[in-house]
Design a binder for this molecule. Sequence first.
Ligand code: ADE
Length: 417
Amino acid sequence: MNYDIKNIALATDGKKRIEWAEKDMPVLRLIRERFKKQKTLKGVKLSACLHVTSETANLMIALKEGGAEVYLCASNPLSTNDAVAASLVKDFKIPVYAIKGEDNKTYYKHLNAVLDKHPNQTMDDGADLVGMLHSDRVKQLTEVTGSTEETTTGVIRLKAMEKDNALKIPVLAVNDNLTKHLFDNRYGTGQSTIDAIMRTTNKLLAGSVFVVCGYGWCGRGIAMRARGMGALVIVCEVDPVKALEAVMDGYQVMALAEAIKNADFAVSATGNKHVIDEKHLKLAKDGVVLAQSGHFDVEINKDALKKLAKKITRVRPMVDEYSIGSKNIYLLGEGRLVNLAAADGHPASVMDTSFAGQALAAEYMWKNKKSLEHKVYALPQNIDSEIARLKLKSRGIKFDTLTKEQVSYLNSWHEGT
Ligand code: ADE
């Protein structure tokens, strides 16, 4: 079997990590058990580009049990868990191409390696495989029945391609599942971002000034958890509705150029470029800690930071000190998505519903391959409801159903005052 990982000897540790995560993924387990019986993915050759974590491992195992032939590469050079990669290869016979800390050349070599397998379906977190199929590998496009996309940034890219009539395969936007973004983006990013900041710096959040750029689902989660740790949270937004929402959620809202002057921490979760830009770096106070939780490492202007710095020192794992005149700025996780670069990513329990959505999307894509057009689709709402129902059931939580009388009341327009 061909693969490219750090060290196969790490497999024992990796298997324990995969099994640990599995305990908190009951919905994916049920899907895996059904897949094993029904083999609904027979005939699928799937190349996936995802963060290589213990949660992703459980998804890959489920897809393989469903009859798919799977290949995996990393969707970020810093997010791979090398032990998990080793176990996937050794214990589960799944070819993996991912090494934590790989350079850009190796990163793209690994993307090419999974596309060299000539998949008939792809799975992305950030749309890199789809991007490559539409640029360097257009001849392969006719072999691909479609792709599924995990993240907000990827969906934005794919919708832009659709608008330009550039999209040549169908795509299922798993991120648009309510059981994905309401939980993964909010509670997952919220917890794992704070976790990464605490692990890397061991700084006290209580009483600190914590700036969150972006009040989408990820920003909401980060702000909520920072406040929970006792920080004074300031939200920076460009969308007036979201800014107003942040105000009514009880946060201070101001322009970043003001907020940064007092920030002890500033985290960007917008999906946009140069949010923390040169002018903000100049205004920042001594000791500020910067991190980003967006998919691509573009939110903090790293070139400007490098240009301004007289000296760059790695002072702790994943903490770089940029000395600028008489002040220091600390950048976490090399400015890449901090929750995966400097921690373990979202907890398994939240990835359970996200990856249940991915598994069902892969199955839906295969079943409907003849009818899907070259568009970005949301999954049918009944899939979302089923994932939520199973998650509640796994936790022994019972909830109510409408009575016949209530159903008929909701469907009628005769009853009024
Ligand atoms: N994205 C965020 N957290 C993740 C995790 N634990 N596994 C895979 N993808 C992720």
